[in-house]
Design a protein around this ligand. Structure first.
Ligand code: LMR
Length: 353
């Protein structure tokens, strides 16, 4: 697969910052005026704005395109899906506010970004080494744990539709990270999860939340020393060009929850909603089926670029990291809930046997 690098840096951080709360409210008002009620504009297609923060050539970007194609096909054009990738409309935290206000109808944020709306249980999916492999991740998110998590969003005016996969995290800095102690004193960017905050802090690092769209610049200018992410995100955001050493640790998993504005979703004509659910189901299977290969291709491209030294830890080194990081589960038990940690451990142990 040829991976096109389309990280669009034409949208400067200042522009993104300028998308203030009032812009979200303005969008929401337009959404309410234009989007409801459906009956009043029977001839017009129902427009779904699907906003996200990665480039189009990532598992998530391709998943949104697949959903658009299927949704428009299955509804015979009665629904039009507009995709806004690359934080074009909103950054990480703003996009969830925008969804709740109705300025956009669909999002696929990483599950590490739900704490600001008070749903901390999603962060259990960020626990390091909780998923031994993709099969374990898919089983947990497709089963009762996944369903229970998505249902929690209802009370926040959000309908949880699906989980999309984007593989396992690597970790990087401008120095080799062979052992947990190598993280001592390094400022490491995290996307929002207190679980990541806890395990990095326990290793002596200084975690900092930075929006995805600002990560490249933060690494380039030394605001932070390192980060963790999946190969596809490193490659499409060119993070490997500003990180000298990458350790393919595969410690934590990156998953997305595809979510809709509940009022919008519930207000759809029933026949349309059924077709959109079908489109979402198929787009989910598609996205989950390409994630591993997309990440493997991105990793190969990073290696071929020669811009960063890519290191695969030995079995012993990985075990040392695993033990150090798993020891931090206790510190987040009261936050994410012991029940969900135990349930995940049971579910994933069953898969990995
Ligand atoms: C991140 O902020 O690192 C990720 O959540 C970005 C993404 O959506 O893959």
């Amino acid at each position: 697969m040829a991976i096109a690098r389309t990280a669009d840096r034409a949208e400067p951080a200042a522009t993104l910052r300028a998308r203030s709360f009032s812009a979200i409210v303005a969008g929401a008002v337009a959404g309410l005026v234009l989007g409801f009620p459906f009956a009043a504009q029977a001839q017009q297609p129902i427009v779904i704005k699907f906003s996200h923060v990665t480039t189009p050539d990532t598992p998530k970007g391709k998943g949104t395109e697949k959903f658009k194609q299927l949704a428009e096909q299955y509804t015979s054009g009665k629904v039009k899906v507009e995709i806004y990738p690359n934080s074009q409309l909103y950054k990480d935290k703003e996009e969830i506010e925008a969804l709740q206000l109705g300025a956009v109808q669909l999002l696929a944020p990483s599950t590490s970004k739900f704490a600001p709306i008070g749903i901390k249980e999603f962060e259990a999916l960020d626990l390091p080494f909780i998923f031994p492999d993709e099969a374990a991740y898919l089983k947990a998110t497709k089963g009762v744990i996944g369903k229970a998590l998505l249902q929690k969003l209802d009370s926040k005016g959000i309908t949880g539709l699906a989980f999309w996969d984007n593989g396992f995290h690597m970790i990087s800095a401008n120095k080799p990270l062979r052992k947990p102690r190598d993280l001592q004193g390094l400022k490491i960017r995290i996307s929002g999860s207190k679980v990541a905050d806890a395990y990095l802090r326990a290793m002596g690092a200084l975690p900092q939340i930075i929006a995805f769209s600002e990560l490249y610049q933060a690494l380039q200018t030394g605001v932070v020393d390192g980060c963790e992410n999946t190969p596809s995100n490193y490659y499409t955001q060119k993070l490997h060009e500003v990180q000298k050493h990458i350790n393919v640790m595969n410690h934590a998993h990156l998953s997305y929850a595809v979510i809709a504005n509940k009022k919008f979703w519930d207000g759809l004509p029933a026949d349309i909603r059924v077709k959109l659910e079908q489109a979402m189901q198929e787009a989910t299977d598609y996205t989950n089926s390409i994630a591993s290969k997309e990440n493997a291709d991105a990793l190969a491209a990073i290696k071929a670029s020669g811009k960063s030294e890519v290191y695969a830890p030995t079995k012993e080194e990985r075990e040392e990291w695993r033990q150090a990081l798993v020891a931090t589960y206790k510190s987040v038990e009261s936050r994410v809930g012991k029940d969900i940690i135990v349930a995940l451990q049971k579910e994933t142990a069953a898969v990995s046997q």
